[in-house]
Write a protein that binds this ligand. Structure first.
Ligand code: CLF
Ligand code: SF4
Length: 481
């Protein structure tokens, strides 16, 4: 059988550059969509200070450039952070990446950031190192980034408007050489440093992801220009994150009533930017102390009391780099089997024409707890993966979170399970594939025209999405492989 869909998420095995990039991203859960259901990340909150102000951020909380607003992380010293990584790496063997993403800006705290990376290089050399920054001080730290093998850098860049007008609506000030530079001048300086820093990093072969916060009415029209610029500079991945805004976050935008970006606005922005750049669509806006697979947060299991009293020898034994390598081998074997089972039916960033012979596509929601299969009951799901599917192929679009799962256990069941938020979240979807769903929620979701199907329980997600869509909407399932 030959591949029917012309999948574009594979790479050319004869291209040494492509091979090198593939090796770098293969087990990075953010840089590789295929890795995010299998590998975990940890963020260590060693960087409390920040050197700019963003109007979507309240500095009482974490850096909103990588986190959900209104979330506060504890702070760690570099030694505490490394102890935590060793402990967690022993407990969660899927751990493959350590990131510094706040609570402020990694490069506004250079000593703490690079001490942490230096210690990690010594004690956990198998982990990838990753940092996230607003970019203001990026050009100053290129040598340090290279020295410590920080192979993945995220720069948040929300506009490339050279007049500073859009930037001034987002950044009231930046702190530079002991003074606050306000308005357009500050925004122009920030942009200059971001572009300079990105260029210097791509010249050194570092993989850059750019985050852009989609702020409807402020920078939405400029995001396609951002994508073009990023492509020109050799940025690897563009992550368009929705503005999350509410008065209780205490941010300027929240207090002024600027609304959050909707799922539909994010999809439109992805559509407008995806022509130029490879997009990340599985970001979960994690907290600065996030632990686990992206989408889950096991931070509460690893409070300071668990690891700070242990010495480095004990922790390095617990970390057990050889056992971890063996475990990663098993993950890779599983991923290969999954890839075969899914019959390469998914295309990254496909156009409607690549997905469908008629231009008609459907949106499919899936519940999963990871490992690439449909293995979560509807009642427990707090997020849904959303795929777009046609009669030729499928693509991953986004995840959608909900505040409350339908069922939080018999002890909390008062017969009034929350369904309205779920109906609202899935209102534009056509099918829900889940491990198990009861008659009652199925009836509720049927009222918004959503077909619920639990016959694909424990099956590979991508193939199931394709088959179910064709079963319900396109009648015949094409032969793929
Ligand atoms: Fe962390 Fe960011 Fe590195 Fe990933 S997160 S520093 S690149 S290891 Fe990932 Fe979290 Fe989204 Fe960030 S899902 S918020 S993109
Ligand atoms: Fe907040 Fe991050 Fe912006 Fe600093 S860079 S103001 S921490 S969102």
């Amino acid at each position: 059988m030959s591949c029917a869909c012309g999948t574009s998420n594979s790479f050319d095995p004869n291209d040494p550059k492509a091979l090198e990039i593939q090796a770098k991203i293969n087990n990075h859960p953010c840089y590789s969509e295929g890795a995010h259901q299998h590998y975990a990340r940890i963020h260590v909150p060693v960087a409390p200070a920040c050197n700019i102000q963003c109007n979507y951020c309240n500095r009482k909380y974490d850096c909103s450039n990588e986190s959900r607003p209104g979330v506060t992380s504890g702070k760690l010293t570099p030694e505490e952070a490394v102890k935590k990584v060793l402990y967690v790496g022993g407990e969660i063997q899927q751990l493959s990446v350590v990131g510094i993403a706040g609570p402020g800006d990694a490069l506004a705290n250079p000593d703490k950031t690079f001490t942490t990376f230096r210690l990690l290089q010594e004690k956990a050399p198998d982990l990838k190192l990753c940092l996230s920054t607003n970019g203001l001080r990026l050009p100053e730290y290129i040598d340090e980034i290279v020295k410590y093998n920080v192979d993945h850098v995220t720069v948040t860049i929300n506009t490339v408007d050279e007049t500073g007008e859009i930037g001034a609506k987002i950044y009231p000030w930046v702190h530079w050489e002991h003074r606050k530079i306000k308005g357009k001048e500050g925004a122009k300086l920030l942009l200059k440093k971001q572009l300079e820093g990105i260029k210097m990093l791509t010249d050194r072969g570092i993989l850059i992801k750019a985050n852009s916060v989609l702020i409807p009415g402020v920078n939405d029209k400029d995001l396609p220009n951002v994508a073009k610029k990023l492509k020109e500079l050799g940025v690897f991945l563009h992550n368009i994150m929705p503005l999350l805004s509410a008065p209780e976050f205490g941010t300027k935008f929240g207090l002024e009533g600027v609304p959050s970006a909707t799922d539909q606005e994010v999809m439109a922005a992805q559509e407008a930017c995806g022509m130029d750049m490879k997009l990340m669509s599985h970001c979960r806006q994690c907290r600065a102390d996030a632990v686990g697979l992206i989408g889950e947060d096991r931070g509460e299991e690893f409070g300071k009391e668990v690891y700070t009293a242990l010495d480095f020898n004990t922790l390095e034994n617990k970390y057990n780099i050889y056992a971890r390598q063996e475990f990663h081998q098993k993950i890779e074997t599983w991923r290969k089997a999954l890839e075969i089972a899914n019959e390469r039916i998914k295309i990254e960033q496909a156009s409607k024409e690549q997905l469908s012979s008629t231009g008609q596509t459907k949106l499919i929601a899936v519940t999963t707890s990871g490992e690439g299969v449909i293995n979560m009951h509807f009642g427990s799901a707090k997020e849904f993966l959303i795929y777009e599917a046609g009669d030729k192929a499928i693509k991953f679009v986004m995840h959608r979170k909900i505040e409350s799962a339908y069922c939080s256990g018999p002890e909390n069941c008062h017969g009034n399970n929350p369904i309205e938020e779920i109906k609202q979240t899935l209102k534009d979807c056509d099918i829900l594939l889940t491990e198990k769903i009861g008659d009652c929620p199925m009836g509720e979701l049927g009222s918004i025209g959503l077909i619920c199907d639990d016959s694909y329980a424990l099956q590979p997600i991508e193939k199931s999405v394709y088959e179910a869509t064709n079963k319900y909407f396109f009648q015949s399932v094409k032969e793929v492989g």
